[in-house]
Design a protein around this ligand. Structure first.
Ligand code: NAP
Length: 339
């Protein structure tokens, strides 16, 4: 495996922002991974694992260590009495996997169509959209621990999945490198089209007798209106998490903002669409500061319209977060990792 030097990370992130990696390598096998870890240990430099680079904002200072771009490939389907298992390499493109499962008539991933990034990113973030989450189908995750050099299989329950969260974002699991993700998909499943945007789409088109392919196409079309085209503009999709707050705090907010939407999120808790806070309450939709901007169709999405720096994007995000805090008292977390 070749270790390259001084490689631009802007070319490896969807934001198209980021300085150079001191060292950089493509990991295409477990052997490559072990070699890379040994190299970082020998040089005494930190490691950074990148998949599709679709959920990070990297500073112009770059990364003074070894960046491992995970390109572990392979999709194996296994028919069992429980359903069809898909064992998928972490470096496979997420949407290509969804397309393949839909083509095979399998149920489970169709609502997660059109999400950028790699399969390895799916459990980290517990990606979710239109009423489905990765955790609904993930059965286990194979990981490599660079500290011990061991490979192990973590069952779904050990991954501590929660709303856009998992053990892989926290201290106990942050250092693990995801090798393979196993999904359990159904041949005789049911479509989930209850989510507002999807339901409306099919009502308007008057399509009945739906297939997974119809749902996939609908989700891709809905997303294309709300999210900028990654091929054209730098973005990491949603920059912020939708906050979950106490129901009593929400009820107090209704005095000032009677139309504030909410969704149940467990006992005594509600989820508030952050897009509403940024757009309707704070008026950020379409705002632009230099080349850093808030997407005009969705205020959760920050865009690099050309030559924005990581600092400009971060400042805009901080300004948005502060305004929401000032107006509503709600603390909004970043969904994107800032490095
Ligand atoms: P949206 O559909 O306008 O929804 C805004 C907010 O309302 C989200 O918090 C959403 O929860 C919630 N919501 C809407 N309908 C709901 C229902 N029936 N039950 C419970 N909660 C409901 O959001 P959007 O920005 O256009 O995004 C569309 C979908 O893509 C959303 O599901 C969003 O979460 C997802 N997305 C995911 C990522 C990611 O995983 N990194 C990034 C961007 C967008 P949910 O978030 O639980 O749906």
């Amino acid at each position: 495996m070749k270790i390259q030097e001084n490689i631009s990370l802007a070319d490896h992130t969807t934001f198209k922002i980021g300085g150079k990696a001191r060292y950089f390598c493509l990991v295409q096998s477990e052997g490559d991974l072990k070699e890379a870890v040994a190299f970082a240990k020998e040089k005494k430099v930190p490691m950074l694992v990148l998949g599709g680079g679709s959920n990070v904002l990297i500073s112009e200072k770059g990364f003074a260590g070894l960046v491992l771009k995970i390109e572990l490939k392979g999709i194996e389907f296994e028919e069992t009495e429980l359903g069809t298992f898909a064992h998928v390499g972490a470096g496979e493109n997420w949407d290509a996997l969804v397309a393949e499962t839909v083509k095979r008539g399998l149920y489970g991933l169709e609502n997660l169509s059109g999400i950028p990034g790699t399969v390895g990113g799916a459990p980290v973030q517990n990606i979710g959209a239109y009423g489905a989450e990765a955790k609904d189908t993930i059965q286990s995750v194979e990981v490599f621990d660079p500290e011990t050099g061991e490979i192990s299989i973590m069952k779904k329950t050990e991954c501590e999945f929660a709303y856009r969260d998992s053990i892989f974002k926290h201290e106990e699991g942050k250092h693990l490198v995801i090798l393979t993700v196993t999904f359990l998909l159904k041949k005789d499943g049911e479509l989930n089209i209850t989510y507002k945007d999807v339901k409306k789409y099919f009502e308007e088109k008057k399509i009945s007798e739906l297939t997974q392919e119809d749902v996939r196409n609908a989700v891709i079309e809905i997303r294309s209106k709300k999210f900028p085209d990654l091929k054209q503009f730098g973005t990491a999709g949603s920059f912020f998490k939708n906050p979950i707050i106490q129901r009593e705090d929400f009820e107090k907010l209704l005095n000032d903002y009677p139309k504030l939407p909410s969704f149940p999120a467990g006992e005594g808790l509600v989820k508030i669409p952050a897009g509403y806070l940024f757009d309707i309450i704070c008026g950020f939709k379409g705002v632009r500061k230099g080349d850093a901007g808030v997407f005009e169709n969705q205020a959760l999405v920050l865009v690099n319209w050309g030559t924005a720096t990581s600092e400009e994007i971060k400042n805009l995000a901080e300004e948005m977060r502060a305004k929401v805090k000032e107006k509503t008292g709600i603390e909004i977390e970043f969904e994107v990792n800032i490095l």
